[in-house]
Design a binder for this molecule. Structure first.
Ligand code: NAD
Length: 298
């Protein structure tokens, strides 16, 4: 069992840290929010008073932060953790950030003899709670091998995508596809309903046919069709439209840099930007269904 510092206890980080505690690791946690910290005290974590306090005995540091600027603040610069960690520490950053930022932080870590993996995740809050996340890693193979038993306590699938930043590239591609599939699924369901079809029946037909996809399998966007998903809970919780827009922004920047055309991704991004502009940024991303269905029907 390892001594682990866990930084960032939001929707994803809190259940991930809880699963590490359940697996028997010694976990010390830090978040800027005291409320987030309090939840972890009940689960048996040690609460740190500061960023530097959380890593003082750590063999492994895991972070789950909102965006690249938070990751840079935590690791880089005079006050950053990389300057304080002993050589040989393993750092696993699970946040979804730009590949360039991941490479910059990894480069600084390498310079100081610290192993760093970018390890963004897929599987959402449900996967984080159930311990079934997919980890998509970039970095040295040795670091990946070292991290695997720990990631295994929070997830069920682990991929080594390639060198530093490759995990983020794969994650960006995946989330762009997810955004496209969610829009397409919502569009098809709304068309069927306008023709008088029952959305539950149509969902099952498409799920078993060539239109089948992840949204239809486990995240149906039509209210009441599937239990336990945000669509059946007023689109609360889950993966926020604002976070999807952050990820689509990363895809856009990356496509621009690589001169890669992404017409479908661009359309999906504009749909989610419009949806956020209409006040839905803090709803789950499957709430884009409302745009296709007509707001008056909710
Ligand atoms: P969140 O906003 O719920 O949590 C982030 C936490 O980080 C907050 O509690 C915040 O207080 C803390 N934080 C911010 N700056 C900090 C700092 N300097 N020091 C310590 N704590 C700090 O976000 P989330 O939903 O948990 O997502 C985290 C990351 O995972 C994001 O990059 C997101 O894109 C990615 N992700 C989210 C989901 C999802 O379904 N929510 C799924 C896959 C990936």
């Amino acid at each position: 069992m390892a001594t682990i510092a866990f930084i960032g206890l939001g929707n994803m980080g809190a259940p991930m840290a809880t699963n590490l505690l359940k697996a028997g690791h010694k976990v010390c946690v830090f978040d800027l929010s005291e409320t987030a910290m309090a939840g972890l005290a009940e689960a048996g974590a040690t609460l740190a008073e500061s960023l530097h306090d959380v890593v003082k005995d750590a063999e492994v540091v895991i972070s789950m932060l909102p965006a690249g600027k938070h990751v840079e603040q935590v690791y880089l610069g005079e006050a950053g953790l990389l300057g304080a960690l002993p050589e040989g520490t393993l750092v696993i950053d699970c946040s979804t950030i730009a590949p360039e930022t991941a490479r910059r932080v990894a480069g600084e870590a390498l310079h100081r003899g610290i192993d760093l993996l970018d390890a963004p995740v897929s599987g959402g809050v449900g996967g984080a709670k159930a311990g079934t996340l997919t980890f998509i890693c970039g970095g040295e193979v040795d670091a990946f091998d070292r991290a695997s038993p720990i990631l295994n306590d929070m997830g069920k699938n682990m991929f080594h995508a390639g060198p530093h930043g490759a995990g983020q590239v794969a994650k960006i591609c995946n989330n762009m596809l997810l955004a496209i599939l969610m829009n397409g699924t919502c569009e098809a369901l709304a068309l069927g309903e306008k023709n008088g079809l029952d959305p539950a029946v149509l969902s099952e037909i498409m799920r078993q046919s060539s239109g089948g996809n992840w949204a239809l399998n486990v995240y149906n966007p039509w209210p009441g069709v599937m239990d336990g998903v945000p669509a059946s809970n007023d689109y609360k919780g889950g993966f926020l439209v604002d976070l999807m827009n952050k990820d689509l922004g990363l895809a856009f920047d990356n496509a621009d840099r690589n001169k890669a055309p992404i017409p479908m991704g661009a359309l999906a991004r504009n749909m989610f930007l419009l949806h956020a502009q209409q006040g839905n940024g803090q709803l789950d991303f499957s709430s884009i269904q409302r745009m296709y269905r007509g707001a008056e029907k909710g």
